[in-house]
Design a protein around this ligand. Structure first.
Ligand code: OGA
Ligand code: NI
Length: 363
């Protein structure tokens, strides 16, 4: 398109403050050019089109946390399963994780209500300012990425120094507070399991203050009239220690594993856990921060809630690098140290779909 002024179109979309849902509500039948993703090639969509079903049917491990503190044998078995999943996939699902089903259901419907409330109320939360503790926007990396994604997001930094209750949107305030408390507790359990799986004392990662912050990013993926031309989220890794993801039953999340895209099918009652770049760094590459993406779909909306364990851009000077206890002459450090803030800042400045940010710290 000769007369296509991308910068102008991006700005116009940003100025609507209505996100992708605003476009869908306006009844568009073709997606605007800013969302068209030229890199979606056969390879990008291969998992959908593959004839060979044995690859597509591979599933990430589902780990049952039942009895985790009651029985030593069970506990050791769970640690082993977690370690294996982190080394081979960087992704797993957990069931019997202690977050009640009603809390998850209410969170999903609270977030749906937030995104579906009248625009004039929702717009008050619209911001592209990354230091804000509560912000609604569409594509945090709108001006950095090559193509925009079919997704709107409400992001709330719940710790440290959470926003006051009044600052949280009324449409999902109670649900957010309730879910945040449950997911924080589960996060602690996961940090202990990860430490043990690395051969460290259970509280090692907690003592390093890895659980100091958590950031809840609640996505709304509207139905897309041309799902083969864009993505819900571009391929990326997460810039945190790990993420706990709650998704509804729509599907679309995929992980890039052994050069194939694998669907992560929603499992009722389960939460998805995926390791982020900072845990790959701490573990000196023993554990993986796996690349993943979300397809756009004709059906929807799809709701997903990602809880990132990170202090994001908050001032916090602690340095993180490969854990000394894991290093040896045969296993020298592969990464330089960083603060969480510097890392997130660098990651955000590149936008999704860029060269993996961890390479920037590679020794
Ligand atoms: C993310 C993410 C996946 C999803 O927020 O980083 O990968 O299913 N989300 O929404
Ligand atoms: Ni992600």
């Amino acid at each position: 398109m000769a007369d296509y002024d991308r910068a102008k179109e991006l700005k116009a979309f940003d100025d609507t403050k209505a996100g992708v849902k605003g476009l869908v509500d306006a009844g568009i039948v073709h997606i605007p050019e800013i969302f068209v993703t030229p890199a979606i090639t056969e390879n990008e969509f291969s998992a959908q089109n593959l004839e060979c079903s044995d690859i597509v049917n591979v599933q990430i491990p589902v780990i049952d946390l039942e009895g985790i503190n009651e029985d030593d044998f069970r506990h050791r078995k769970i640690v082993e399963e977690v370690g294996e999943a982190c080394e081979t996939w960087g992704f797993f699902q957990v069931v019997n994780h202690g977050v009640p089903q009603h809390v998850m259901d209410e969170m999903i419907s609270g977030i749906k209500s937030f995104h579906e409330q009248p625009n004039d109320i929702k717009m008050r939360f619209y911001s592209m300012e990354p230091m804000k503790k509560v912000m609604f926007n569409s594509n945090f990396d709108l001006y950095q990425s090559k193509s925009a994604n079919w997704r709107d997001t409400l992001a709330c930094l719940m710790a440290p120094n959470p926003p006051t209750n009044d600052e949280l949107p009324e449409a999902c305030r109670e649900e957010l507070l309730q879910y945040s408390e449950h997911v924080r507790k589960l996060g602690h359990i996961i940090f202990e399991l990860l430490a043990e799986a690395l051969g460290l004392k259970p509280n090692h990662l907690l003592d390093m203050e890895c659980a100091r912050g958590h950031f809840i990013i609640s996505h709304y993926y509207p139905p897309c009239p041309e799902p083969n031309k864009t993505l819900g989220i571009t391929k990326h890794t997460d810039p945190d220690f790990f993420t706990i993801l709650l998704q509804d039953q729509i599907g679309g999340l995929q992980i890039y594993h052994k050069k194939q895209w694998i669907d992560i099918h929603p499992v009722t009652g389960a939460l998805v856990i995926n390791l982020g770049d900072l845990l790959q760094l701490l573990s000196n590459d023993k554990f993986k921060s796996a690349e993943h993406r979300v397809l756009a779909k004709q059906i929807g909306p799809r709701i997903s809630i990602a809880c990132f364990f990170t202090t994001q851009l908050q001032p916090f000077e602690r340095l993180y690098g490969p854990i000394k206890e894991l290093l040896s002459d045969e296993n020298p450090p592969l990464y330089k140290e960083t603060t969480v803030r510097d890392y997130v800042y660098y990651y955000n400045s590149k936008g999704l779909g860029a060269r993996p940010s961890l390479l920037h710290l590679r020794i």
